[in-house]
Design a protein around this ligand. Sequence first.
Ligand SMILES: [Zn+2]
Ligand SMILES: [Zn+2]
Length: 305
Amino acid sequence: MSDFYVLILGSGAATPTFARNCSGQIVNIGSTKMLVDCGEATQNHLRRYHQKIQSIKYIFLSHLHGDHFFGLPGLISTMHLCGRKEPLTLFAPKGVKAALDLLFEVSGTHVDYPFEIVEMDHNAPRVILQTDKFHVTAFPLQHSMPTYGFIFRQEEPLLNLKPGVRDLYGLSNEWCMRVKRGDDLVLDSGVVVPNSELAQRLHSAHSYAYCCDTAYDESLVPTLRDVDLLCMESTFDNAFAAMAEQRQHCTAAQAATIASLAGVKRLLLTHFSARYKNLDPLLSEAQAVFPATECASDGHIYEID
Ligand SMILES: [Zn+2]
Ligand SMILES: [Zn+2]
């Protein structure tokens, strides 16, 4: 299995149902586990789906509507009660710090581990986290309060040496690394061996975008261009298009239109209104526009490759 994947903890909008919890998902890249959105009962679902809560290193909140936020104070408190020592960083729209400070004060909640809050208040795409393996870009969405989408993009991995090359040219460790980074090899005789004869790309970098909640907005297309997996809200079907517009949400067909315009590889619909017991109408409306569409399902893992 790929080590870049998303586990859906909740795919429901607004109110939880038996079938779908409010928004939340684990995004895993290599050994880094991240939580994206944290609706009520997210910590229950982390346990249900066998996720160690102390292994979460970063939390990203799209916005402060309750169905994306109300699980956060409880989760932060549980981390403390379970003896967390490792640092935790939260990225969330401006206002989150005041909200948490007040809640923690009135409830007597302590947080003894290093807890950093990065408040977002920018109005163009911006890299908010850079590691040596990947970076995360937050970009504004159009919703009824300040809201951000996120793109998780792996850094391009090193090239792989072709079989036998190391011995053939007696490459030192330093030259191996240079060739893996794309350099041509210069022999002692001055002869240059082009990189393409020495190395090949066996793995390429992948990307995952999360857009939730948002009105239909074609200005997102350049930002989402060519991502491998786009997870996008589709709160309603076509019959509720007027309500979607009024509440600044998308229909399934609108999410599919964005996916198609942006040329993404696959689309994962999420944030379904509690009125839908059966998601087939949303799926078929979306697939009519963009065939490579699935509906997110709580507890399921979607690999990004
Ligand atoms: Zn929502
Ligand atoms: Zn919302």
